[in-house]
Ligand binder design. Structure first.
Ligand code: GUN
Length: 289
């Protein structure tokens, strides 16, 4: 059984990005820039934002964090996004989700210039993923694909089952596996005989947000299992959506939690920001809304 190590893959990607960034800056005089916006005081989100900022600095990007109080109005947030859209030093904009209840998340996503939408949440970028012609891929499914590539996992022609259909993970994950010629099934809360479907999977990707949801009876012998779940247990420990200890012996390869997909997401954010910086100097295109 191979334990697919997201920290190792992430370090590999960041080393490459560090070199790429130095070369890009010396050739173009442009430093890739990311703005991260956080509204409110959610401690988990604050940790993510700090990590994103630190990762940017480590690969040589310019990074700014806009930490706004919980009381920020939607108009104030949209005004900040408009300023960041117009700022040529900023190539990527990430608004940390979830936002406070009084702010319409959809309106915020629509306000971000699609050319700077490094989360790939804007419908323009979602459409580009659907058609296979994209600059940005949402960071979590992109991280899953990078892990599969690093460990030379063949996708073409294989049964790929995605459990979970969120806009951020499940749906784009299914599209990316399809693009690589997998035979893709998406399961969700209404799926009948779930175990019957997951047992067909050569590659099983799980993103449901329920600790230890997938047990050994739901996994085929020799399958590749990717666990996207990060669940906080009552004792404070982290648990994946897959019961790792029980499932791992049956698999060909599996990602642990923590240390699997989690470490990949920021690396993919950095890659999207690099891609945005490259595009910004290739074409000086107007805002696409
Ligand atoms: N909150 C949790 N994950 C994410 C993410 O990938 N992007 C944003 N913007 N917010 C998040």
């Amino acid at each position: 059984m191979i334990r697919m190590d997201g920290k190792e893959v992430s370090a590999y990607v960041r080393e490459q990005l560090k070199n790429e960034t130095a070369e890009f800056i010396s050739q173009t005089g442009v430093t890739p820039g990311l703005a991260v916006v956080i509204v409110g005081e959610d401690p988990a989100s604050q940790v993510y934002v700090r990590n994103k900022h630190r990762a940017c600095t480590e690969v040589g990007f310019y990074s700014e964090v806009h930490a706004l109080p919980e009381s920020t109005t939607q108009e104030e947030l949209l005004a900040l996004i408009a300023r960041l859209n117009a700022n040529p030093a900023i190539h990527g904009i990430l608004v940390q989700l979830p936002l406070p209840k009084h702010i319409d998340e959809n309106a915020v996503i629509l306000a971000i210039d699609p050319a700077k939408d490094v989360d790939a949440f804007h419908p323009y970028n979602v459409g580009r993923i659907l058609t296979g012609n994209y600059d940005f891929v949402p960071c979590t499914p992109a991280g899953v694909m990078e892990i599969l590539k690093y460990y030379h996992i063949e996708i073409a022609g294989r049964e790929c089952v995605v459990v979970g259909r969120s806009n951020i993970v499940g749906k784009p994950q299914a599209l990316l596996l399809l693009e690589k010629n997998g035979t893709v099934t998406v399961c969700h809360s209404h799926t009948r005989n779930l175990a019957e479907v997951t047992r067909r999977a050569d590659i099983l990707v799980v993103a449901v947000g329920r600790p230890h949801f997938i047990g050994p009876d739901m996994v085929k012998e020799g399958a590749v299992v990717i666990d996207v779940g990060i669940n906080r247990l009552p004792d404070g420990k982290l648990a994946g959506d897959v019961d790792y200890d029980a499932v791992a012996p049956k698999t060909y390869a599996i990602t642990p939690v923590p240390g699997g997909v989690g470490p990949m997401t920021i690396s993919m954010l950095l890659r999207n920001t690099m891609s945005a910086a490259r595009t910004s100097i290739r074409v000086n295109k107007p805002c696409l809304r």
